[in-house]
Structure formats: C-alpha cells, structure tokens
Write a protein that binds this ligand. Sequence first.
Ligand code: FES
Ligand code: FES
Length: 156
Amino acid sequence: MIKLQVNSKSYSVEASPQMPLLWVLRDMLGLTGTKFGCGMAQCGACTVHLNGEAVRSCVTPVSRAANQQVTTIEGLSSNLSHPLQRAWLEEDVLQCGYCQSGQLMSAAVLLREKPDPTDEDIDKAMSGNICRCGTYPRVRKAIHRAAQLQKEGGKQ
Ligand code: FES
Ligand code: FES
C-alpha cells in the first residue's frame, strides 16, 4: 500500500512501487486532467507538481511520490481563480487542449520562481512542453497576462 497526498487529499493505493505516477493519477484516482503523450519525458503533457516542482509523471515511479505532496491540474485552483487559468481563458489559448494541463503546470512553477518573466524566461521554462497545435505565441502571451494578474493581487 502506498500513501499519497494529491491535491491536499490523502489516498492509499495498491500499486507496484515502479508504476508511473501518471497511471496512478489517471487510472486509480480518476484524475484524468493530466495527459499521456509520449511516455518518455519528451512532451510535457503529463507534467504535475511534486512538492511544488514540475515533474514528468510518466517517468516518475509512484514510490517517489509516497508521502509527498502531488498537485495536478485539478488542484491548481478549485474554481479557475489561479491567475494562469484566468489568463488562459482571457487569451483563449486552447486549441485541441491536449497539452494544456502540462503547459499550465510548468507555467505555474515559472510564475512562482519568476513573477515577472521575460520572453526568454518563458521560452526556456516552457521548452519541454510540446504543443502539436502550435499555441506557443498564445501560451507566452497568457503567461505575461497571468504575471500581470498576479501582480494585481491574484492568487498564486
Ligand atoms: S507523457 Fe510524459 S513527457 Fe510526454
Ligand atoms: S493545444 Fe493541441 S497539442 Fe497543444
């Protein structure tokens, strides 16, 4: 039995310690906002936070997350109040949407570490999140917008 804290809730799962965290999140806990893309740490679709840091859940064994804090897109905010979620809607970033929860989770770490990121900071921080629809210009614009919202007092 492996104990997990996901989005501030406690879970116990019967899983092999080597099972990817992504499988546990999606198949065992029903948190399907996190997506499976490449399965090889190449696309960023599966990005979640482990103790506040962005990790690729497709290559993170669940044992690494035992008794640690995991946050998925479902836990970014309970009501779309996070500045990134607001900015994403305002800038209409989504196309097919598949990559976007991973994009948001990477962007959340960036904004925490650099509240007013430059284009270069954004490109660097987001370079591991691939979007086959090519939404990169809107992602960048939305991150600048979220930085502004955060400065104006939005929730981090
Ligand atoms: S599915 Fe994990 S990085 Fe692509
Ligand atoms: S919005 Fe379609 S893959 Fe990024």
